[in-house]
Design a protein around this ligand. Structure first.
Ligand code: SDX
Length: 376
């Protein structure tokens, strides 16, 4: 066995080999199946990048048509799921609703077939889960808020259809384009806590549903996916308490109290800009006019970024622009991290497929600091 070593939070530790993605910080690139994720986000739509993530190559026109057809075919939820959503406690977080439905969906699959961890079975299962996640997410929110359910519209593409169900009305093409770009940015990001959680669970040969449920539980945490919601709440808090002119003092005071400003910092990027944040930031100004308070929020957003760099040398991560973009698109704040999970489902499925195909059970050791030699 290799010499055991200990790094808090596994910082800097290589957890596994993978052919899916890699954060090439030296070249400031997010490599996804050999492509630069930022270039993919600029030139491809989410379904093309999801296909690449799952199957390892960009789809031909025919492959894309088939894949998008599968996503449309499986978008609608079984009736039992809608009944389950009606039973959920109203104060439940949408991400807890997502993982509850994922566990329920596992129960709808034949228990014997669920044991099939082959690449084919996992991809079939994973594409079905990805297809269902937009309707699960939008309808979980609507059930929890006492709003009428909205069924997938098979005439709409994946991102347009998802945004339609989130808003309850047909989105305009510009909104769809930016929303789709954010989904590409969120699709896959090497080995964040949630992906690691999924692989640890899959490494016991537990099923794909359970791995995604574990990832959802991880992603809900404010140090991880929950940050995009916190960004929106912070911007609105500053807006209500003096606006852009008060933003600097707001940040300085919270830092003085030792608080963290959500949307900044990253374990891997450390004190560098998250390429996804740089890309998404380009699209913020064009969205500002969509809400009366948009221009002021953009000024607040820019001031907070400037102060965080000056005070802490920290740059935004993907959640910082995403939180403002989703707000300007009119999406309810409590849906921001659930949206992140929907997008990342493609990456999570790819990792479960890879883990099951080349498995080694995760079972690390510990540095014991407790008492020894005690007698009863
Ligand atoms: C995502 O891993 C991924 O790739 C995740 C993700 C993905 O796509 O899956 O990129 C998505 O989760 C992005 C991160 C979203 N989370 C947040 O924005 C929450 C706020 N960020 C931080 O909590 C923090 O930056 C982390 C959790 C993201 C990274 O934390 P680390 O690497 O453990 O860094 P650290 O806690 O050791 O902090 C180092 C220093 C500390 O200061 P000192 O004690 O050394 O003086 O930086 C400070 C921290 O206090 N710091 C912050 C800060 N983040 C770090 N100070 C204020 N605000 C912050 N946001």
């Amino acid at each position: 066995m290799a010499q055991a070593s200990y790094s808090p939070g596994l910082e800097g530790v290589i957890a596994t080999t993978t052919s899916i993605s890699y954060l090439d910080t030296e070249h400031e690139q997010i490599v996804l199946r050999g492509y630069d994720l930022i270039e993919l986000a600029r030139t491809k739509r989410y379904t093309e990048v999801a296909y690449l993530t799952l199957y390892g190559h960009l789809p031909s026109a025919a492959e894309l048509a088939g894949f998008e057809g599968q996503l449309r075919e499986h978008a609608e939820l079984p009736g039992e799921v809608y009944r389950l959503l009606d039973l959920l406690p109203r104060r439940m977080h949408v991400m807890d609703a997502q993982r509850t439905v994922l566990s329920f969906l596992a129960g709808l699959e034949d228990p014997e077939s669920l044991k099939d961890t082959s690449v084919e079975a996992n991809l079939r299962r994973g594409v079905r889960v990805l297809a269902q996640m937009p309707a699960v997410t939008a309808n979980a929110y609507r059930a929890l808020r006492g709003l009428p359910r909205v069924r997938p519209d098979p005439s709409l593409g994946f991102s347009e259809g998802f945004l339609y169900m989130l808003l309850g009305s047909r989105p305009d093409p510009d909104a769809v384009r930016v929303f789709d770009l954010t989904l590409v940015c969120y699709i896959e990001h090497e080995m964040p806590n949630s992906t690691f959680a999924a692989r640890v669970i899959a490494s016991t040969l537990s099923d794909l549903y359970g791995a995604v449920v574990g990832a959802a539980a991880s992603l809900k945490g404010p140090l991880h996916g929950g940050a995009n919601e916190a960004v929106a709440h912070m911007l609105l808090d500053i807006l209500r308490h003096g606006g852009a002119d008060a933003a600097e003092a707001y940040v300085v005071e919270r830092l003085r109290r030792g608080e963290r400003i959500m949307g900044f910092g990253h374990r891997v990027y450390m004190r560098r800009y998250d390429p996804r944040a740089l890309l998404m930031r380009e699209f913020v100004p064009q969205l500002a006019a969509r809400r009366p308070e948009g221009e002021e929020l953009v000024r607040i957003h820019q001031t907070v970024e400037r102060v965080m760099h000056r005070e802490k040398g920290l740059y935004p991560n993907a959640d910082y622009p995403a939180g403002l973009i989703y707000y300007l698109l009119g999406i309810p704040i409590e849906l921001y991290t659930p949206i992140f999970l929907v997008s990342r489902t493609a990456g999570l499925v790819a990792h479960v497929v890879e883990q099951h195909a080349h498995n080694r059970l995760f079972r690390p050791r510990v540095l014991y600091e407790g008492p020894r030699g005690l007698r009863p």
